[in-house]
Write a protein of this length. Structure first.
Length: 314
């Protein structure tokens, strides 16, 4: 996705406040331009990425820190907002990571993120993986649309609610315009991620064959321009918790365990399947939000409220 996509996402995510946390690169620059923060801490686990961002962005308000999600910085009174771009779906445990971020916010602070809609909204990647799989069946296993089920609106909304964030909003961001086929192909040669890594793994003849198949498929208009949909989901939520002080250890996340049969309809983990969740149906904040798969009564075709505690005690 072009770097300017961060601009539209930040405008809709609306992170506000004087002290912001962010990842590095174009996102940090966009935050400085649009949000007018007094200070920003930009984090990335890669020292070379941090060094590159430090050279590219000279702004006295920004501090760059080498830190991964397991060791994010804290402030005594918490951050006003924490923002991430194109990160959540690559984390091994997004829920634990988001809970960690929430604990670094001041009460009323905002956590915001955006991820690519790999399954349905990234036409330029869909074209790539379909042509790659036609030449090499092994490429199917690398397809982000199959791997990153989190990058869907219900899944993102459920994730933010699961860690206790309120006022959760999820919005789509669209558009991509390539002046020539060369503009389309270039990111696959120098970028990071599954698709560029796959291209780098190919020998020269295979790489050229893939390039030619894509060129024939994506022939531009009379002016050579190629217009493809490139949707991202932007999601934000507000914390009602006060930030934990830096010297106070975080409480471990409660381990999940399989629910008893009588509690299946109130399972603690949201199941993202082609079924709705109770959270999506019952959005009234004054009523409980049941996490888990929402079952339907086959005769009445209506939601059946979970009945907890009906299973046999152990």
């Amino acid at each position: 996705m072009p770097e300017h996509s961060s601009t539209g996402c930040i405008r809709n995510l609306r992170p506000t406040g004087s002290r912001l946390g962010a990842v590095t690169g174009a996102l940090t620059s966009t935050i400085c331009d649009l949000c007018e923060p007094t200070s920003v801490i930009a984090c990335d686990p890669s020292a070379p990425f941090i060094e590159h961002a430090r050279r590219k962005l000279s702004d006295a308000r920004v501090s760059f820190i080498v830190a991964g999600v397991e060791a994010l910085p804290r402030r005594d009174d918490g951050f006003h907002a924490v923002v991430s771009g194109l990160v959540l779906n690559f984390l091994p445990d997004p829920e634990a990571a988001l809970a960690s971020v929430r604990d670094r916010l001041r009460s009323g602070g905002t956590v915001a993120a955006y991820v690519r809609d790999y399954a349905e909204g990234m036409e330029f990647l869909r074209s790539f993986w379909e042509e790659a799989a036609a030449l090499d069946p092994r490429a199917t296993a690398l397809d982000e649309g199959r791997r990153f089920l989190l990058c869907r609106r219900p899944a993102l909304t459920g994730l933010f609610r699961a860690v206790g964030l309120a006022q959760v909003e999820t919005r789509p961001q669209i558009p991509t315009d390539f002046a020539t086929f060369g503009d389309y192909w270039a990111p696959f040669l120098r970028g990071t991620g599954p698709a560029p890594s796959y291209v780098a793994s190919l020998d020269s003849p295979s790489r050229e064959l893939l390039r030619e198949r894509l060129r024939r498929r994506l022939h531009g208009g009379s002016d050579g321009r190629i217009q493809l949909r490139a949707r991202a989901w932007a999601v934000r939520g507000v914390s009602s918790f006060a930030a934990l002080p830096p010297n106070k250890p975080m409480k471990p996340t409660r381990p999940r365990r399989p629910p008893r049969i009588g509690q299946l309809m109130g399972a603690s983990a949201v199941t993202f399947r082609p079924l709705r969740t109770w959270e999506e149906v019952d959005s009234d904040a004054s009523r409980p939000h049941w996490k888990g798969t929402l079952f339907f009564d086959g005769r009445l075709n209506k939601p059946v409220q979970p009945k907890l505690g009906s299973g046999r005690k152990r």
